[in-house]
Design a protein around this ligand. Sequence first.
Ligand code: PMV
Length: 327
Amino acid sequence: MGVVASAPAKVILFGEHFVVYGEPAIVLAMDRRVYVKVENQEDNTLHVRSTNLNLAACFEKNRFRIEQGDPKEARLRFEPVRQVVERIIEEHGASVGLNVEINSTVPVGAGLGSSAAVIAATIVAVSTLLNVKLHKEDVFRLTCEAEKVVHGASSGVDPAIATFGGIILFQMDTGFKPLDLRMDIPLVIGDTGVERSTKAQVEKVKSIMEKYPQIAQLMMNTVREIVLRAMDALKENDLETVGSLMNVNHALLYGVGVSDESLEWLINAARKAGALGAKLTGAGGGGCMIALSNEEKLDRISEAIQNAGGRSFKARKTDEGVRIEQN
Ligand code: PMV
């Protein structure tokens, strides 16, 4: 028994890094989800378990007790979960004990937004179990606040996708605009398995942008043009153009120094296997790449990425944001 909620992971299709300098980005929710199961617990403690990470811990008032895995990692990963659970219990009015179990089909720490998906799904599962009424906007806001604990200042892209799903155009000054696109976007995701820090990659780009301000401006204009053309191509169901624009976008990301050997191997393998386009996604320097493909070549591309040393899986856009799976 208990309540199960799920939320989707994200990929950035276009515009990462340049989005930090005010340019637009296109981000989509994919059909890989994080599942969070919440049950009542007899005592007044909060138990959190992540089956994929082999971590378990218990929070009791201000005390933290590790039950499985590395204490430091458990504390770091579970802190935002504890924070949102406490906020909802406050709304609920009476203290309760809860058991939270996280099951994920999303690689962790690879730039796919798994932490925001965990938080959004936890919020919806706990509020449903405790009969605390929340609107989607509340879920989004709480997820943003908790994400700040994990990532520091955040653009809010991951919480928006985890909460609302679909495909969005994001820009710093104007925020999110959901794009009403009916077309399918068949992707293969390749995970290099190389750990990277978003912060370090953002710093790397900053030094290039500061060193060559005129070139930086031209690159930013180019990214804006890529995003605008990609929106048109997506509306017209023109996957070939979307793919070739992904290649151009990747060239710019390479130019600002955020690709690396592990990504280049997988991107080249995907292109050779017939991808319409391939690029890194997210911060780069490791992490994940994406390849766009016609339906019939998806398996071949997925295999080629694996043969090149990556882990791969097929993914599609999903319009479903956070949702209840079982109540
Ligand atoms: O952390 P990731 O891999 O999802 O990448 C974040 C995207 C950046 O544009 C590099 C940074 C940002 O805050 O938008």
